[in-house]
Design a protein around this ligand. Structure first.
Ligand SMILES: [Zn+2]
Length: 145
């Protein structure tokens, strides 16, 4: 089950954890479109996955990977309300979409057992945001761009 909301919660504990699926996830740019509501998974909280819920605004070039990305609006993002993400970082919330559900379930299988019994908000440390508003997965920073 999806949690009722993907709202930000205070002070996550950072627990650097390998991301089992996102770096090799096969999803096309055209899978998403402007207006979709998506979540970028960040970690685990109280036995559920959590992440940042955002709305897709427009196509935008994702410079860290040199591939087509999507510009997103984070309603709670403050100074970084707009970020650009690669499609494989995104999971549909606005549509019950089989491709995204398969990914979500697989992430649950991999992570919920790993953090079973921990109640705090755990940030797996996968994403950073560059000064230019590009959201980058740790697997995509190794090229040094
Ligand atoms: Zn989808």
């Amino acid at each position: 089950m999806l949690p009722p909301s993907w709202d930000h919660q205070p002070t996550p504990v950072t627990a650097p954890t390998p991301d089992p699926l996102t770096p090799t996830r096969d999803i096309t740019h055209a899978h998403f479109q402007a207006g979709d509501t998506v979540v970028v998974l960040k970690g685990v909280a109280g036995g559920e996955l959590w992440g940042d819920s955002m709305r897709i605004v427009a196509p935008s070039w994702h410079t860290p990977t040199d591939e087509d990305g999507w510009r997103l609006r984070d309603p709670t993002g403050g100074a970084q309300s707009y970020v650009t993400a690669h499609p494989r970082y995104l999971v549909h919330l606005s549509r019950r979409c089989p491709d995204c559900l398969i990914y979500l379930r697989a992430m649950e299988d991999a992570l919920l057992t790993r953090f079973a019994g921990r109640d705090e908000l755990i940030d797996c440390g996968w994403y950073t945001t560059t000064a230019l508003g590009q959201l980058v997965h740790t697997a995509d920073t190794r090229g040094g761009r």
